[in-house]
Design a protein around this ligand. Structure first.
Ligand code: HEM
Length: 492
C-alpha cells in the first residue's frame, strides 16, 4: 500500500518561516509547573496547527461519497470519425489521459465497500479540446426518469431521519410507489449488485447522448465499458464477511493491483441509433430506466481504457475531483433526456458548494488548455486571474477568436407543459426479460433470496405491497417471494 515519504525536508510554517521542530510550542511556564504552562497567542506554530486541523474536511458528496480513484489512459482502437468530430476520437492509436473515480452511492465516506449498491463510474478525459466527463454507473439503467425525484430516491436508500439507520420499509415503500425503478431494482438485487472487485465491473453512460459533427449531423448513442477481465461478483455471505474484515476491500484491491503493475482494462463501445428510429422506437429512447436491446443496436468497439497510475494524494486527486455530465467536448452532446439535463445543472452546483467557486482551476480538474477570462476572481483563484486581459466580452484589445462548433442543437417546437412520470406496462417489460434470463442462468433463486433478505426487515404492510409490485413483472416472483418471506419469519 501507500508508502510514507522518507526524505527529510526543512520544516516551515505555512507562511514559510523555518522551524526547528514541528512539535515545539512556546509556553509561559510557572516555576512550580513541570511540563505544564500557559499557551501564548504569539505561538503561531501551535495556533496554525490546531486551527487548520478542523478545517481539513470538505463536505462529502451527498451521494457517491466513498470511492477509489486512479489515473490512466484511453486509446482509440476503432475509427468512428464518420459520426463524430470529437478530437480525442480523431485517430486510431490516439491516447488521452484519464482520471477515474469509482464509488458506492448510498454509504458515507467511511462506509464498507462490499455492499449491495450501484457503483458510480466517473471518468474524466483530459482531451486537447477540453475535458470530457462521462459520469455513469456500473448498472445500465437508473431508478427514475424524472429529476425531481432524485433527492427522495436517495433519502429512501440512505438512513432513516429519526433512527439514522438504513430502513427497509422506507426503501421498499419508495420503490412500490415509484415503480418506474423496477428495472433498476432487478439489476441491483441480481448478482451484479455486489461486485467482487472494481476491476470487474461494467461502466455505462446510461443516458442517450449525441455524437455529431460541425455540419450538424448527429446520431444518438449509448456508451458502454466492459471489463476485459470479465465480471466478477460476491454473494451476500461473502460480501458481509469481507465488509466486517476489510471495509475498504475494493479501494485496496484497485490500489494494490495498479501498484503491482496489474492494470485493469476495459473496452469502450457504443450503441448507435439513427434519428428516424428515435422517433418511432416502441419506447422513449431518452428514458434512462430502459436499455436499448443489443439485438437492435449492437455494440461497436471504439477504444480501450487502462488504469495504470494510483493517485499521488487521495484528497488532492480524488476527493477534490469534480465530474459533471455538462463537461462535454465538441462532437459529443447531451440528448433531450430530462434527467441528463437536470444533472448538467446539479453537478457543477454541487462542486461549487463542496470544493469551491474555482474548483475547475485545481490541478486535478484543470483542462489542458483553458482561456476563460470572463470567469475570474472568487475564493481560491490560482490561475493568475488572466492578468490585464479584458474582463468583458467584445473588447477591441483582444478580438474574439471563434472556436470549434458544438454539435448542432435540436429544433424544438413545443409548449411548456406540466409533466409527471407515469408508470406503464412498458416499465415491466425489461425486468420481465431479466427475470427470464436469471432463470436461464440459474440465478433466480439467488435473486429471490437477496430481495427476501432485505425485504424481511420491512414492516408487514410494506412486505405485502412489495410482493404485489413484483406481481406486475411476474406472478411467479410474488409467489416465490411470499414463500421465502414466510420461511424467514418461521425461522426467527
Ligand atoms: C436527476 C438525477 C441526478 C442528480 C440530480 C444527481 C446528482 C448528483 C450529485 C449532486 C452528486 C454529487 C456530486 C458532487 O458532490 O461532486 C452526484 C454524484 C454522482 N452521480 Fe448523480 N445525480 C443524478 C443521477 C445520476 C445518474 C443517472 C447517474 C449515472 C448515470 C449518476 C452518477 C453519479 C456518479 C458516478 C456520481 C459520483 C461522481 C464523482 O465521482 O464525483 N447520477 N450526483
Amino acid at each position: 500500500m501507500g508508502s510514507i515519504s522518507t526524505n527529510r525536508p526543512l520544516y516551515t510554517l505555512a507562511e514559510g518561516r523555518p522551524i526547528a521542530d514541528p512539535t515545539t510550542q512556546t509556553a509561559l511556564r510557572g516555576s512550580t509547573q513541570r511540563g505544564g504552562g500557559l499557551a501564548l497567542l504569539s505561538d503561531t506554530q501551535l495556533i496554525e496547527t490546531l486551527a487548520h486541523y478542523p478545517r481539513e474536511r470538505i463536505p462529502e458528496r451527498v451521494v457517491h461519497a466513498k470511492a477509489a480513484g486512479a489515473f490512466g489512459e484511453f486509446e482509440v482502437t476503432h475509427d468512428i470519425t464518420d459520426i463524430t468530430s470529437a478530437d480525442f476520437l480523431s485517430e486510431v492509436g490516439k491516447k488521452t489521459k484519464v482520471l477515474m473515480r469509482i464509488s458506492t452511492v448510498g454509504g458515507e465516506k467511511g462506509s464498507a465497500d462490499t455492499v449491495r449498491d450501484v457503483r458510480g463510474w466517473a471518468m474524466k478525459l483530459f482531451t486537447d479540446e477540453g475535458n470530457w466527463d462521462l459520469v455513469g454507473n456500473d448498472l445500465p439503467v437508473f431508478f427514475i426518469r424524472d429529476p425531481i425525484k432524485f433527492p427522495s430516491l436517495n433519502r429512501s436508500h440512505k438512513k432513516h431521519p429519526q433512527t439514522n439507520i438504513p430502513d427497509a420499509s422506507m426503501f421498499w415503500d419508495y420503490h412500490n410507489m415509484n415503480l418506474e425503478g423496477m428495472h433498476a431494482i432487478f439489476q441491483l438485487f441480481g448478482q451484479r449488485g455486489i461486485p467482487a472487485s472494481l476491476r470487474n465491473i461494467n461502466g455505462f453512460g446510461i443516458h442517450t447522448y449525441k455524437l455529431g459533427k460541425p455540419d450538424g449531423s448527429f446520431k444518438y448513442v449509448k456508451f458502454h465499458f466492459k471489463p476485459d477481465a470479465g465480471i466478477k461478483t460476491f454473494t451476500e455471505a461473502e460480501a458481509a464477511k469481507i465488509a466486517g474484515e476489510d471495509p475498504d476491500h475494493h479501494v485496496r484491491d484497485l490500489y494494490e493491483a495498479i501498484a503491482a503493475g496489474n492494470f485493469p482494462t476495459w473496452t469502450m463501445s457504443i450503441q448507435v441509433m439513427d434519428l428516424k428510429d428515435a422517433e418511432t422506437y416502441r419506447f422513449n429512447i431518452f428514458d434512462p430506466t430502459k436499455t436499448w436491446p443489443l439485438k437492435d443496436y449492437p455494440l461497436q468497439a471504439v477504444g480501450k481504457l487502462t488504469l495504470n497510475k494510483n493517485p499521488d494524494n487521495y484528497f488532492a486527486d480524488v476527493e477534490q475531483a469534480a465530474f459533471s455530465p455538462s463537461t462535454l467536448v465538441p462532437g459529443i452532446g447531451p440528448s433531450a433526456d430530462l434527467l441528463l439535463q437536470a444533472r448538467m445543472f446539479s453537478y457543477p452546483d454541487a462542486a461549487r458548494y463542496r470544493v469551491g467557486t474555482n474548483y475547475q482551476q485545481l490541478p486535478v480538474n484543470k483542462a489542458k488548455y483553458v482561456y476563460s477570462p470572463f470567469q475570474r476572481d472568487g475564493a481560491g483563484t490560482i490561475n493568475g486571474n488572466y492578468g490585464a486581459d479584458p474582463s468583458y466580452v467584445r473588447s477591441t484589445a483582444k478580438p474574439l477568436n471563434y472556436g470549434p462548433m458544438e454539435v448542432a442543437h435540436d429544433k424544438w417546437v413545443g409548449e411548456v407543459t406540466a409533466w409527471t412520470s407515469e408508470v406503464t406496462d412498458e416499465d415491466f417489460v425489461q425486468p420481465r426479460e431479466l427475470w427470464t434470463m436469471f432463470k436461464e442462468q440459474g440465478a433466480d433463486e439467488e435473486f429471490i433470496t437477496n430481495v427476501a433478505g432485505n425485504l424481511s426487515k420491512a414492516t408487514k404492510d410494506v412486505q405485502a405491497a412489495t410482493v404485489r409490485s413484483f406481481a406486475l413483472v411476474d406472478e411467479e416472483i410474488s409467489q416465490r417471494l411470499e414463500k421465502a418471506l414466510k420461511e424467514r419469519a418461521a425461522a426467527k
